[in-house]
Ligand binder design. Structure first.
Ligand SMILES: C[S@@+](CC[C@H](N)C(=O)[O-])C[C@H]1O[C@@H](n2cnc3c(N)ncnc32)[C@H](O)[C@@H]1O
Length: 279
């Protein structure tokens, strides 16, 4: 049997994903086919009329996607802020919304960074790569996620500028930092069933859900922050879009000043910022 052209294979793959209700079938088909054919995704058009010889490989990738496995997990990588990050079933797939926290953190500057719940390391690695004079500590309760964060830090050439440590929030953290950041789990157990299957069935449960109380991780992070911040240091957390008022209240109760809510590009509340009062 003659192989279809790359263009025809792409149309067929898009139609399969579309028929199964996958949200962005054209984009996903392009990425998966490019991966199967070993061609950069932004070059596919140049190869459209060539024969596609990797049909069985693509079939396996499409099978994964039809089971709602996120493309980043299928490919094992996700691009974020101009860098490629390794992603595994032990790490949350980095989200574009997290760019809001990155932008806010870079705008204030910092020397010593603490990233709580680092996952793939996307926040700590991006911030230290962008601010070359800074050093940092990245923690996670998941040793498997931390191993991925370490690989991503090494790939970005951070070396000893970023240390990675297994810790339940602040438990194994010593010293003070002028910036603490976190994108903690913030989905209550009762809400898990209502999530899209790409998230619910594939992102690691401990990256999504802190337990019954959706705000549980924010309570722990706010409660321990001042003992680990310098005077005038900043705590910045990513939040679920409906949690702005509640998390801002936790910041207030913990004694933070200059509390601000920062929206993402879609105008939804995304980051809460607070400053430790000066001495
Ligand atoms: C929403 S994910 C964020 C991952 C990464 N920072 C990002 O933005 O893509 C939350 C992370 O917190 C970690 N985590 C959950 N509970 C924790 C705890 N008690 N202490 C430290 N990390 C925890 C999870 O393993 C997960 O990697």
């Amino acid at each position: 049997m003659t192989a279809p052209t790359i263009g025809a294979a792409l149309r067929a793959a898009t139609a399969r994903l579309s028929a199964a209700g996958i949200a962005d079938p054209g984009r996903d088909a392009r990425l998966l086919l490019a991966h199967a054919a070993n061609i950069p995704a932004d070059r596919l058009r140049l190869h459209e009329d060539e024969p596609f010889e990797a049909e069985s490989r693509l079939d396996i990738l499409l099978g994964d996607r039809l089971r709602h496995k996120p493309v980043a997990m299928i490919l094992g990588a996700r691009d974020f802020w101009g860098r490629r990050f390794r992603v595994t079933p032990d790490t949350l797939v980095p989200r574009p919304e997290t760019e809001t926290l990155i932008e806010a953190a870079l705008s204030i500057g910092f020397d010593r960074l603490l990233d709580l719940g680092t996952g793939s390391g996307v926040i700590a690695v991006t911030l230290l790569a962008e601010q070359s004079s800074a050093t940092g500590l990245a923690t996670d309760l998941s040793g498997a996620a931390l191993a991925v964060a370490r690989q991503n830090a090494d790939a970005a050439g951070l070396g000893t500028r970023l240390r990675c440590r297994r810790s339940d929030w602040y438990e194994e953290v010593t010293g003070r930092f002028d910036l603490i950041v976190s994108n903690p789990p913030y989905i209550g157990r009762a809400e898990l069933a209502g999530l899209a299957p790409d998230v619910r069935d594939w992102d690691p449960p401990m990256a999504l859900c802190p337990g019954e109380d959706a705000l549980g991780a924010y309570r722990a992070i706010c409660a321990g922050a001042q003992a680990h911040l310098t005077a005038d240091g900043v705590l910045m957390v990513e939040i679920g879009a409906s949690q702005g008022a509640q998390v801002a209240q936790l910041f207030q109760a913990a004694g933070f000043v200059d509390i601000q809510t920062i929206p993402d590009l879609d105008g939804r509340d995304r980051v809460i910022y607070g400053r430790n009062p000066p001495l």
